[in-house]
Ligand binder design. Structure first.
Ligand code: DC
Length: 222
């Protein structure tokens, strides 16, 4: 039987992927899979255990022995080995350390396999960096969300302030620039704009405007 469609959304940090993916998933009846949360989950566990983030064998072992779960209900909850880590994985120190974890070949292999299993039946919107290029290169719809670094830093800063996390805008911008460079240059699973992806620049657009545009593109493609 033919699987249901897979919608792949890639783009840099703060481009609005997860907000939009969540909205479009619920309005169009897709299942949302946040792959960044999976890298964050392994990162949190590595930080807590004091795992050497440069040791490939240690990271491979860690990824292989970590169970990651999602729970859908009133918002998306993320679990690591049964513990609710929804809030903890969003802390700035986890964001920062996640680039090391995402560089690991062993971690990527383990998580990509898990993502492919989760999306095997289709009917999913999956967001990340390598979804249209590595995880589902045959996705029915591929989108690339972008925005200027100033806009992305502004959004992240607002989110953190709303959560009561103290940060300054210039620091957030610097972190995003660093993460962009790491995302674009890693040897496996780097952030790339694949040829068959439709690019949507979200700079200056409201969430509703982006969601409407993305919904239109998906309907047209399917
Ligand atoms: O999208 P995010 O900020 O939650 O992603 C967290 C980290 O995981 C970030 O360092 C990029 C990385 N990542 C990745 O390498 N591949 C993905 N498919 C998703 C995220």
């Amino acid at each position: 039987m033919k699987r249901k469609p897979v919608i792949a959304i890639d783009g840099p940090a703060g481009s609005g992927k997860s907000t939009i993916a969540k909205l479009v998933a619920s309005s169009m009846g897709f299942h949302y899979i946040d792959t960044g949360a999976m890298y964050r989950a392994v990162t949190l566990k590595a930080l807590r255990k004091g795992t050497d983030r440069k040791s490939e064998p240690a990271l491979t072992e860690l990824a292989g022995s970590t169970s990651i779960g999602f729970e859908y209900g009133d918002g998306l909850k993320v679990f690591v080995d049964g513990e609710d880590v929804t809030e903890a994985i969003r802390l700035p120190e986890v964001s920062k350390a996640s680039s090391d974890i995402a560089d690991s070949r062993g971690v990527r292999q383990a998580l990509v396999r898990k993502q492919q299993d989760m999306g095997a039946a289709g009917g999913v919107i999956m967001d990340g960096r390598d979804i249209g290029s590595v995880v589902f290169p045959d996705a029915e719809v591929k989108l690339y969300l972008d925005a200027t670094v100033e806009e992305r830093a502004g959004r992240r800063h607002k989110e953190l302030v709303a959560k009561g996390i103290k940060t300054d805008l210039s620091g957030v911008k610097r972190d995003i620039e660093e993460r962009d460079a790491r995302d674009r240059n890693r040897p496996f699973g780097a952030l790339v704009k694949v040829k068959d992806a439709v690019t949507v620049d979200t700079t200056g657009l409201s969430i509703e405007q982006v969601a409407a545009r993305i919904t239109g593109i998906i309907k047209e493609k399917l």
